[in-house]
Design a protein around this ligand. Structure first.
Ligand SMILES: Cc1ncc(COP(=O)(O)O)c(C=O)c1O
Length: 427
């Protein structure tokens, strides 16, 4: 695959060369794991992963048999009770963690709240009146910033949230920092932070980073253990294909688990939930980060999403992701140059994850016109068209057709139609 990819991205590109890339693609078979039709070009798996083929039957079984017939017995009989740990172990394998360091629970936002609160309660933070800064990035995903603001308010505004630019984070990590909330991959541009470098800087400053892996897990290699990460959270519904609103996950390095106290001390995080004691006593290990009863249906859907990675290495995913996004960039350069798109993603593929964003003054309307033509990406404020490349199911020919459709929509000025000008609630 490599040779052909290299030759195609360095020479003139044709539809035939894209077909040849698909023919040589080692991951070609993985598309069969998804319920996708050929008439749709789906470039938004970075926002909502496509439906795995196994999910519908699996959910039908969970609802019909497990819930319908076995009823409450399913918590034991079908091991509903251990789904957070079982799925945590599957995610751990994708992010370079040990199975006992990841658990599935709640949403990313809720998990951010839990872990940031844990960090702010650590003795070296709480006891040090000089450590009162929470660092985050100005362009971070808003929920990360909102959670920090809300938690700080709850703590009587003892901390100050300081927002810095991506390239200022390392230097900002000093002895005044109580915690840093860093999103590994920028949701707008796809820029990737160097996790090892930032963790090393945090260590020198004796501070802790909570990583948000929402746009990274399942898209590129992540080595939480090797890179010295201590805390992380992430989404289940993007590259992990767990379905809309899928449960999220959290990671805590083993050596710190025992000293952390979650602020959401629900009964599922208790050492013995079914002892029904009046007093809260945290479970050992990651179980303490659970809060309340999980949805067995949503967990089952997430498991189907995670199983789409079976026998596929993240290295192979990354290789194809780079080839797909390089191809898209090159085709945009060749065919859409007259139309005033500005690529805001890093052009060097080693600095970006698996999506590309282009600024255009009419970005929203153009994206609506593309979606009407069955080329699905999304729009992000203020003017960005975002295209995600999920190597498990995106084909090289999809990339070709997507760029040809963009060219067409621009040439014909289709996007100027009235129906594309009004913004929907979800963009
Ligand atoms: C970086 C990042 N964090 C968090 C979220 C969402 O969190 P939640 O699942 O709690 O809505 C998103 C959603 O797109 C995201 O991009």
């Amino acid at each position: 695959m490599n040779e052909i990819m290299t030759s195609c991205v360095t020479h003139e590109l044709t539809r035939e060369s894209c077909v040849a890339l698909d023919d040589q693609d080692n991951l070609r078979h993985a598309r069969e794991r998804f319920d996708l039709t050929d008439d749709l070009i789906y470039l938004d798996g970075n926002s909502l992963g496509a439906l795995p083929r196994a999910t519908a039957a699996c959910i039908a079984e969970v609802i019909g048999q497990q819930w319908g017939r076995d009823l409450i017995r399913s918590w034991n009989k079908h091991h509903w009770i251990s789904l957070p740990q079982k799925l945590g172990a599957k995610i751990a394998a994708l992010i370079g963690a040990n199975a006992n360091e990841v658990i599935v629970a709640d949403s990313t936002s809720v998990n951010l709240f839990k872990l940031l609160a844990c960090v702010l309660q650590l003795p070296h933070v709480g006891d040090d009146a000089n450590r009162r800064i929470i660092i985050s990035e100005r362009g971070n995903f808003p929920t990360d910033l909102y959670i920090a603001q809300g938690l700080n308010q709850l703590l009587g505004n003892r901390f100050t949230l300081k927002l810095v630019e991506a390239n200022e984070i390392t230097n900002s990590l000093d002895h005044t920092v109580a915690a840093a909330l860093i999103t590994h991959v920028d949701y707008r541009t796809g820029h990737v932070h160097n996790m090892a470098t930032l963790n090393a800087a945090a260590k020198v400053a004796n501070t802790n980073i909570v990583w948000d892996l929402s746009h990274s897990a399942g898209a590129l290699p992540i080595n939480l253990n090797l890179d010295g990460a201590e805390f992380a959270v992430g989404c289940g519904y993007k590259y992990l294909n767990g379905g809309p609103g899928a449960p999220a996950y959290l990671y805590v390095t083993e050596k710190l688990q025992a000293q952390l106290a979650t602020p959401l001390s629900g009964w599922f995080g208790h050492a013995a939930p079914f002892a029904f004691a009046a007093e809260y006593s945290p479970a050992v290990g990651m179980n303490r980060f659970l809060c309340g009863t999980h949805s067995a249906i949503a967990m089952a859907a997430l498991e189907c999403g995670l199983d789409t990675f079976e026998n596929i290495s993240i290295a192979a995913i990354r290789q194809k992701s780079i080839a797909l996004s390089d191809l898209f960039l090159q085709l945009m350069d060749e065919y859409c140059q007259p139309f005033n798109f500005t690529c805001v993603s890093p052009r060097a593929h080693e600095s970006r994850a698996s999506h590309l964003s282009f600024a255009h003054p009419h970005g929203y309307a153009i994206m609506q016109a593309l979606i009407a033509r069955n080329v699905i990406g999304d729009f992000r404020q203020p003017n960005l068209l975002r295209f995600g490349f999920t190597p498990l199911y995106t084909r090289f020919i999809d990339v070709w057709h997507a760029v040809m459709t963009i060219r067409d929509v621009m040439r014909t000025e289709e996007w100027t139609a009235a129906q594309y000008q009004t913004k929907n609630i979800v963009t």
